[in-house]
Each structure stands twice: as structure tokens, then as C-alpha cells.
Design a protein around this ligand. Sequence first.
Ligand code: SAH
Ligand code: SF4
Ligand code: F3S
Length: 442
Amino acid sequence: MEASSQKTFYLETFGCQMNAHDSEKVVGTLLSQGYCQVPTVEEAGLVLYNTCSIRDKAEQKVFNRLNDYKKFQKQGKKFGVLGCVAQQEGAKIFERAPYVSLVCGSASYRNLPQMLVQLEAGKPRVTGLDDRETDECFETEFTARTNPHRGYITIIEGCDKFCAYCVVPFTRGKERSRASDSVLAEARKMADVGYTEIQLLGQNVNSYKDPAARKTFAELLAAAGEIAGIRRVRFTTSHPRDFGRDIIEAIDAVPALCNHVHLPIQSGSTRILDAMQRLYTRDQYMERVAWMRAAKRDISLTSDIIVGFPGETEEDFEQTLSLLDDVQYDSIFGFKYSPRPNTPSLKLQDAVPDEEKARRLAVLLDKQREIQRHNYQKHLGETIEVLVEGKNEARKQWIGRTSQNKTLNFSARGDANPALGSYVSVLATATFPNSLLGEMVV
Ligand code: SAH
Ligand code: SF4
Ligand code: F3S
């Protein structure tokens, strides 16, 4: 094929792991359609953005990108918007960015090959925007995973919870799970080609309901952890309401299940949790924390927290701070509440001013940093197994990840040269609030 007739695409991804994994499937689909991926917008015939709309900032980023690159339209480049902003804004994107010619929501990727054909045939505006009633999951044999050692598997898509602040139920459609047989078959295939870590994904991964009714979520986890060759299984994100004790029992029973649970609380105030429609109280959440603390393994807990939800008083916020003391998370993602289209909380009174949200976020993160400093110190002198994920050539250090999902940077004596993707034991010799430092144990 002549270079000039080669179909090329550039893809940039925003948002969560579900989006990152969707992009791997989109890339695979495009490659299977004869496209070639290129690393810059300049080199590409088709420029794609897989977008996120969880907060206003994320959405703005995409329109800024489109604006930056519209000059290339004259050179015949085509632009496509995929993912959650596409699903949310639909054909309105053509009004905001008229040079866009493809809008494909996250529930419509399975139609991507036909959409590409229409685009190539010169159709000026191609859309794929299934509504949230779809029953389909995006399964494809063409997934182009970016990492050869650890890979994602989506087990459940969509969300039926409708938290008052959140766009996901609108952008990702209704909850639908994949059959456990299909999930495990994919995991086995990955193990066969050398993957040792798999990460099971879902907006609410533990709301999983096997359509074939063969396995509960905890049983699926255990079965994945027992696949020959799989040394680590992660899962994210868990919803507190659906978090059963059986998940902790599975972690205790199956060593390949990582001892890390990401369990977003959002707020420490039951009053605010109620206004958020989170479906649990602080006490119910703390009960789950107590189960984890009683486990045989040392389970690392992390969380997401929103500050400045409408009506959040200083007292409510203090309760979030006291929750941090009570739980002692190993890490949190903190966010300022961002009003989003279609969500019920848009209509709530008593908005918290932006400066106050910023203040609360800073206080929250400062407090958490001290908690982490203390938590990470506990690892000093421990020998911990890590998956070698990278190398920092300048520092002559390797980057390892522990089962608890902590970063452990380490050096190795002499001419030891641990391979990326291998598992090695490392003695932790120094600790920081966000990482550990150590030396490989021979
Ligand atoms: N399903 C997961 C969360 C997915 S969204 C759960 O329920 O826990 C990831 C995180 O983004 C959320 O946990 C929340 O903390 C944050 N988030 C979602 N909508 C937001 C909004 N409108 N403003 C600020 N943060 C938001
Ligand atoms: Fe959003 Fe709530 Fe669904 Fe999580 S559970 S994705 S926060 S609506
Ligand atoms: Fe963003 Fe969509 Fe994920 S809104 S966080 S990319 S589900």
C-alpha cells in the first residue's frame, strides 16, 4: 500500500479506567479495519478523543483540544468525539464544534466498524448514540492492550444508582453484566499470552450479576485468582451498598486477589450521603471498614471524596474529616463538587462558593497527607513483593507496585537487572506519604 493511502488515526483518552480500556478496544477495532495508529495529531487522517464528562473541567478539556486543532480541518483531517461527552451531548457537539464528523457514545462502540465505513464514504456527520436502554456490552476480539503484563477486563458496564451529582448513569447506560464464563475465558486467554495481572472493571464492579447466574462477584474474583499464571487480580470501583463480606473472605482465601479495596465514601456526613442518594449511611460504611480491618490479610483501603456538595455545612465537612481519622485510608481522590447536566443535584439550593470548596479540598488533602505519612511508615523494614512496572534510567531505579497498589521504587545491587513484568522481593528502607523506597532482596 502506498504511504499516502494508508488510513491513520490518533487517539487521546480522558477519564477513568473504563475509558482507558474502551480505547484499547477502539484501537483494536480500528487496526482490524486497516487503520494504523500514529502518535501525533499532525500525522493522523482521523483524530479521535475518547472523552470524560464526570466534572466540568474534564468536559472543557475536550472542547479546548478540538479548538486547538481545528486549523487542521482544512488539510482534510477528520475529527471524532467518543465516550461520555459524546453520549451526553450527542448531536449538539456538531453545533459546538462543526468540524467534527463522528460522534459515538460509549454504548455504541460495537457499531464503530459500520460508522467508519460511512465516514470513509464521505458522510459528513456520522453518529452512534444508543440510549441507555441498550443491553449490549462492548466485547471484541480485537482489544489492543497497551501493557503486556497487566490488563483490564470489563465485567459490568453502566450504572443504575443515580447518585444526585453524577452523569455516569446518563453517559454509560443501564447496568449490564457479562457472563462469568466469558470473563473467565478472556482472563485465561490473557494468562496464556503472558499476562500475570488482571484488573476487573465496572462503574460499580461489585454490583456484578452474572446473567447466567453461575457466579457471585466474590466467586468470580476467586475463580479469576485461581487461573494458572494469574498472580494478581484487582477490581475497581466497589460501591459500599453492594459490598458484601464474601468479597473479604475471597481476598483472605485466594492469595492472588490483591489486598486493596477502593471503596468511595463521598462524604462522612450521613445527612449529605442521603442528599447525594448514596444508599448507605456512615455507620453502614464503617461496618464494612470493620470487616476489612478484621480480615486476616492487611487490606489497604482507598476512597473518593466530594467536598462542597450543595448544602454541605462546616459541620458536615468536619464529619468527613473525622471519617478520615476513623478509617485511615492509604489514599484518597478528593474532588470539588461540580454541577453536571441532567443530574438531580443541579436543582438543589445552597451551593457552596468555589473558594470555600477549594479551602475544604485543601484541608482534606492536607489531613490525608499526614495520615498517609503515618500509614506508609508502617512498611519500613518490611520485605514486599512487587510487580516491576518501569525503570527510571536516570536514577538507576526500578518502579514496583505492591499488591496493596502502593508504588515501591527500588534499587538493585551489582549488575542485577530485574525485567519489566517480573515479580521481585524488595526491602522497604524509606517511606514517603505517596510511595516507598527500597532495595531488591536477592
Ligand atoms: N461508581 C463509583 C464512582 C465513579 S465516578 C462510585 O460510586 O463510587 C468517580 C468519582 O468521581 C466519584 O467517586 C466521585 O467522587 C467523583 N464525582 C462524580 N461526579 C462528580 C461531580 N459531579 N463532582 C465532583 N466529583 C464527582
Ligand atoms: Fe455515579 Fe453513583 Fe453510579 Fe458511582 S454509583 S457511577 S457515583 S451514579
Ligand atoms: Fe468519565 Fe465517563 Fe469514566 S464520565 S469517569 S469517562 S465513565
